[in-house]
Write a protein that binds this ligand. Structure first.
Ligand code: EPU
Length: 429
């Protein structure tokens, strides 16, 4: 199993290209199931999760051709996927595959919308909490599907197609909103989605669905209207930049000090996080090519932050912010409101010398003068990368184990950091 070795203490200076967003790519690939024509996705990041979803979709009979570099492309250009679901050969998504990646449960919506039936394994627990799928099933039921649960599988049936309806989410859910958009796109009649997630990835998926012929308005607000159409066609769409990757590197620069341009990043995708970084003492500026982030001389100021659905501070940056606050000059408080168990990084940060006290959903972090390298590991993607951030500022060597978590969501993490002066390397085996 690969590990990552980091020797802390170097400032980061230079340019980091931001990849396409994982959390837009996955639902966009799944949306390819809605049509028998080809959907072409550009700016797709090279991530383990993308490869895994390729396998899962392949199991349904979807052909995915991965485009290579084209003349004039830079080394950092994302991949191009040609997704063709001309023949869906199987509407079952088995446990062995769904249990490896929760988002693959979302195939249930396009399968039932287009094929009238789907049998998809319940995803099961995961490292950041229980993460139920009740609201996703509520969506399908509201649109007329019959739902049965049998042997760990959800069986959804709508032999005469889905019907538009009113969906009111009792809490904001990204996966629920993706499910609603995909199911309603092919339903007969109009669907209104109330209390919809407003995440930029929802907007990106809605844009692509509209290019495919869907009639969706209001994406990005909490009320989305979908006028169902009988058929969707092919489209070409470029995945939006990854706001969580952007925020992660921004936190890393704030942690180590230095001056880095995050190329291709869009500030409006993570304004809440950039505001927190400014409060913490970093200089943040929008440039023609992306976002410039710098911290020179000044220390890190403590902050109080509560995670919230977009446009609030994202739960997917909570662990990274906590790593940064371990070195703040004073006491910070971070409250996690989205996932009840998303504090797996706390004990590992403590191993590096952090002072963190957990009380329910709130972590209190007493900033320390220095962290010290140690072997660490984490059980999810964002927790793992928070350890990388801490290690970049820790004295001596840190070995981050279980690197496969990082590979799920960060494209060429070590290369991007090395290019800015970090001492970080992957050790195979
Ligand atoms: N929830 C329910 N019932 C449901 C669905 C969700 O109670 O049927 C709850 C969840 O347990 C959670 C809250 O609603 O407490 C919000 O969950 P949401 O559905 O929004 O999360 P998700 O769609 O499963 C996506 C991202 C996560 C990100 C969350 C929140 C993808 C592939 N995943 O998950 O990303 O943390 O939204 O923004 O888009 C990551 O990338 O590391 C990651 C975990």
């Amino acid at each position: 199993m690969d590990r990552i070795r980091i020797v802390g203490g170097r400032h980061l200076n230079g340019t980091i290209p931001i990849s396409g967003a994982k959390n837009a790519t996955l639902p966009l690939m799944i949306a390819g199931l809605l049509t028998d024509q080809t959907v072409i996705l550009d700016n797709v990041p090279r991530l383990a999760d993308v490869g895994l979803l390729q396998r899962i979709l392949g199991n349904h009979g979807v052909d995915i051709m991965v485009g290579g570099k084209r003349p004039g492309d830079t080394e950092y250009k994302g991949q191009t996927l040609h997704i063709s679901a001309a023949n869906i050969v199987d509407t079952t998504a088995p446990y062995e595959l769904v249990s490896k990646m929760r988002a693959s449960f979302w195939v249930i919506a396009p399968l039932v919308a287009r094929m009238g039936q789907a049998k998809v394994s319940m995803p099961g627990g995961c490292a950041i909490g229980t993460r139920p799928v009740d609201l996703l099933l509520m969506v399908l039921e509201r649109l007329g599907a019959a739902i049965d649960i049998d042997g760990g599988y959800v069986i959804a049936r709508a032999p005469r197609g889905l019907k538009g309806g009113e969906i009111v989410f009792p809490k904001v859910t990204v996966g629920g909103t993706h499910t609603a958009l995909m199911a309603a796109a092919l339903a007969d009649g109009t669907t209104v989605i109330e209390n919809a997630a407003r995440e930029p990835e929802i907007v990106d998926v809605a844009d692509c669905l509209n290019k495919m012929g869907a009639k969706i308005s209001g994406a990005g607000t909490s009320r989305i209207l979908v006028k169902g159409v009988a058929k969707l066609g092919g489209a070409r769409h470029s995945v939006l930049p990854d706001r969580i990757e952007t925020g992660t590197y921004a936190m890393a620069v704030a942690m180590t000090g230095g001056d880095v341009t995050l190329e291709g990043a869009r500030p409006e995708l993570l304004q809440a996080a950039l505001d927190v970084l400014t409060r913490a003492g970093a200089d943040v500026a929008a440039t023609n090519t992306g976002i410039r982030i710098a911290r020179n001389g000044a220390g890190i100021a403590p902050v109080e932050v509560v995670t919230d659905p977009f446009p609030g501070f994202p739960t997917d940056l909570q662990a990274q912010l906590m790593a940064l606050m371990t070195r703040a000059k004073g006491t910070s408080r971070i409250t996690e409101t989205i996932f009840e168990n998303r504090f797996m990084h706390v004990q590992e940060l403590v191993r590096l010398g952090a002072h963190i006290h957990l009380d329910g959903e709130t972590a209190t972090i007493e900033g320390v003068d220095k962290l010290k390298g140690a072997p660490v590991m984490a059980t999810d993607l964002r927790a793992s990368v928070s350890l990388v951030i801490a290690a970049l500022a820790a004295e001596g060597e840190t070995m981050v184990n279980r690197v496969y978590h990082l590979d799920r969501g960060f494209e060429r993490l070590e290369d991007k950091l090395v290019a800015c002066g970090a001492e970080i390397a992957r050790i195979s085996g």
